[in-house]
Design a protein around this ligand. Sequence first.
Ligand code: AMP
Length: 190
Amino acid sequence: MLNLVLFGPPGAGKGTQSQKLIEKYGLIHLSTGDLLRSEISQGTALGLEAKKLMDQGILVPDEVVIGMISHKLDDNKAAQGFIFDGFPRTVAQAEALDQLLETKNAPISGMIALEVNDTELEHRLLLRGKESGRPDDANPEVIRKRIKEYKDKTAPVAGFYEKQNKFRGINGVGTEEDVFKAICAIVDSY
Ligand code: AMP
């Protein structure tokens, strides 16, 4: 089983690269951001609570996203592997994911981090806000809050995988195709 964590700040290109990876490697894409937005569009209680935080650029509680991932792993028992996109975003989430995967005997193969500077991130997110209509991409203040949440709470997750010798960083600035090639070179080495 191939289990990848695609890592990086908001706007690094995780969603775009995930789409290309699922096609090439036949993996299931698990994006907690997409799962939360789906809860919001269905108007569930979980979605309504999460939206209040997401609109401010604040992370939703660990137990909410861990619960969603746990259900999705159970729903896809025959999967060849998963791409985790936007999860884990805290060390507590990374620990919980290791435990969930331990019961399946299918550990994380590796974390691939897309490295992009702050100026480029803000530029990309504002552009995406205009195109996708995502409320958390439209407001520069919310964008900066999300990048701050990333630095405070999410960046330490890289160290968690580094300790397991599973961390690989790549340059996330370049053409979609160049970034994809760099990711595939790592995935093919697993
Ligand atoms: P994303 O689509 O990954 O940029 O996520 C959009 C928003 O959803 C984030 O700013 C958070 O508020 C929330 N979110 C998504 N994934 C997580 C996660 N793993 N942990 C906590 N909050 C999350």
